[in-house]
Design a protein around this ligand. Structure first.
Ligand SMILES: [Fe+2]
Length: 239
């Protein structure tokens, strides 16, 4: 049995990279694929077809954090259960939504997950059709996650967020506006400061910006690239 964990960024319901992954890698049922938000496969009532296709393309387990562009209402209605030590919504036998502030131990590596972000295009979207106010983490969720992070700080190997730490935006060419009252990116700066010197901590991955870019040796923006945890310096060819 292989103990591989793949990670990638925003997919917005696209299967193309997964067709490519299946073409280039001999995938196994024990493989795990993590998605750093905006997976987009659970979007409307047609999601069953998407889930079937995902399960055909990827023989292992897929777990995603939520981004901003997700049907948060629909996600919240799936059964709550536990997967690898953390709370999840179970979408299907092998597909899970990782929840905000939860810690998951996968093949001996501890992942701290925190989804959500504010959409810069929400003025062009319709509430409960293409935009959901739950996209943005609440104060309670941020407080819960901050407490979890502090409690498990020394044990965390990887952090996965959808939102970008504020300081990282200066290095990314693609800009996204930040409203004055939107505190999450600055919150993530505090978390990064807390974790970056920890001995076990390896890397922090985030999505949202739709770029593949290394910000610091420990902080990386993910979009199309698919990486193998433990061998992240090489991205997997999927085109
Ligand atoms: Fe996105």
């Amino acid at each position: 049995m292989t103990e591989r964990i793949f990670i990638t960024g925003d997919k917005h319901g696209s299967f193309y990279p997964l067709f490519g992954l299946a073409d280039h890698v001999d995938l196994e049922p024990s493989d795990v694929l993590l998605i750093a938000g905006d997976a987009g496969y659970v979007w409307d009532e047609n999601y069953h077809g998407n889930i079937e296709t995902l399960q055909q393309l990827f023989p292992g387990t897929i777990a995603f954090i939520d981004g901003n562009h997700e049907n948060h209402q629909m996600l919240s209605e799936f059964e709550l259960t536990r997967w690898n030590g953390g709370q999840v919504h179970q979408i299907s036998d092998r597909i899970f939504h990782m929840m905000r502030g939860e810690l998951y131990s996968i093949y001996g590596k501890n992942f701290f997950a925190f989804g959500g972000a504010r959409s810069v295009d929400k003025h062009r979207r319709e509430e409960s059709v293409s935009w959901w106010k739950e996209e943005e983490p609440s104060v309670e969720e941020m407080e819960y996650a901050a407490a979890q992070l502090e409690k498990h700080l020394a044990d965390i190997d990887y952090v996965i967020t959808h939102e970008t730490p504020l300081f990282a935006r200066d290095f990314i060419k693609r800009t996204k506006e930040i409203d004055e009252d939107y505190t999450l990116p600055a919150f993530l700066d505090d978390w990064y400061e807390q974790i970056k010197e920890q001995k076990k901590f390896c890397r922090w991955y985030f999505g949202h910006m739709h770029v593949d870019q290394t910000i610091t040796p420990q902080l990386r923006a993910l979009h199309n690239e698919i990486l193998l945890i433990g061998e992240e310096d090489q991205s997997i060819r999927w085109i």
